[in-house]
Design a protein. Sequence first.
Length: 399
Amino acid sequence: MTIEYLPQGVKCNLKCAYCYQDAMRDAGNFAPLVEWERVKKQIDKSGSGFTLFGGEALLTPMKHLEEVFAYGLEKFGQNGIQTNGLLINEDHIGIFKKYKVHVGVSVDGVGEMNEPRCSAEDTKKIITNISRLCSEGIIPSLILTVHRKSAQLSKMMAFMHFLGKYGVKSFNFHILETDNEKVRQKLQLTNMENFDFYKGIYDFCKSEKFHVNPFADIKALLTQEAPNVSCIWGACDPLQTAAVQGIKGDGELANCGRTNKDGVDWAKTTGTSKERYVALYRTPQEFGGCKDCRYFFACKGQCPGTAIDGDWRNKTVHCSFWYNLMQYIEHDLRKSGEQVLSHPVMEEKGKNIGKQYMPSHGHADTPHMDVPHTDWHNDHSDTPVYNLAELYNDTKTRL
């Protein structure tokens, strides 16, 4: 499980055109006053290290940042923060080094590639700050969102090569996900355009010593019986988001913001259900499901925050992209002689996922697959249920 502490809530110094947190800001869900003692109790209950998150985490006053990182180092031996990188200064670099803080930076490239996020001047400052971190021995990982401005293959490869010279090796590419229709029409690629770009990056990375997602995750899913992969592959319950435990400034628990489509910061449920995945496994693909899909065992309909029509009961709107990318990587692995799971094994793993309404156990040692054995609704037994209707002509009808 990933623990995200949001001391500033979704407050941010940038106005990224595609930010999925805008609905929360529009609804007036601003940062509560910080009650650090309550936050610490929540972190202690989790028994896990945490990452400072936002909005923009570096809007947090320096005094509280140091207080938080001192606690994290003493308790867990390390810290983490995700930032847009613009506000990093010498004082931040000092406490990053002092308290063993891993820094993740969200940036989509140089110049116009990062234009939907901020001005060219700010982008230049962010890149300068990344190089400053590297020169101080703080090698960041990068999250890059793929859209019409950033999906320039030759420029992206040059950007990665440039950062690689500074020691940056970890890149995580995200498909653009926005609820803003105007922004979607302007910036979002089609599934085939996304596939062409990702395929190019995948081929480029085969000759580079980078750790790049989603490729590393897909390889693990195709070759390992029990892979440890990121949350988008984890059969996430959108009302509990077991892979992400958000802790707000007042100590209240929160879910992953990607499933928050109406701006309401719903309280986290106490248990986890897999009814979405039972439905997807049994629902024909033409009705928004995943029935008979070769890669259901791995994809599981993908993140519910990317579901068709914003309705988490449907599969991802990026279905054809993920299918093509997994197929491309599977063929490449087989061609290179790597041992890939056989199709019968894939099918059996998919059937197991599709049968389990409430799994009897999860992989407690796998951070993105925590599945507590409990009754989410408190209105039925928490034993597995295997006899759901075979077809769902209307996938918007709640089970």
